[in-house]
Design a protein. Structure first.
Length: 153
């Protein structure tokens, strides 16, 4: 279904504040509560809204290091990629994993307490994953923009 101006306004509001009440959401988009709730349920049912969650502070949780980690395979096979992806799913420190084009096969976003903690994780976990023959890390010095949400074009 095509999104209209009100649908996009609702999506923008819940993306900015997933805990907004229906009353405040309706007021901010200029609808009464019942039509707003109906639209929100439709947007959820049609898959535009995948879920709601809290944004946690890495720093408060003691995860001061963020690394963009490029992983390369020596041998490329579907079976090996599937095994790698299954194992990555089970590792909480890997908060994002993308199969990419270019010189790397996968790009991971990994969090750790500090550089020593990341080094141990790389040695004991990343380098032992199925298929991995090379790992290159880019350490984040400062996060400039964080989880700003998707553009509603």
């Amino acid at each position: 279904m095509e999104l209209d101006k009100l649908d996009r306004a609702i999506l923008a509001e819940v993306q900015a504040d997933g805990r907004a009440t229906n009353a405040s959401l309706a007021e901010s988009v200029g609808l009464s509560e019942t039509p707003c709730a109906r639209r929100l349920r439709r947007l959820e049912a049609e898959g535009y809204i995948e879920g709601y969650r809290a944004m946690l502070s890495r720093r408060a949780l003691g995860l001061g290091l963020m690394a963009f980690t490029q992983v390369r395979f020596g041998v490329h096979s579907r079976e090996l990629s599937d095994r790698f992806e299954r194992e990555v799913q089970a590792i909480p420190r890997i908060i994002s994993c993308h199969n990419v084009s270019g010189s790397a096969d996968y790009l991971l976003l990994v969090v750790a307490r500090d550089l020593d903690d990341y080094g141990i994780f790389m040695r004991d976990v990343l380098r032992t994953l199925p298929g991995v023959t090379a790992v290159e890390s880019l350490l984040s010095l400062r996060e400039v923009k964080r989880n700003a949400g998707l553009p509603l074009l």
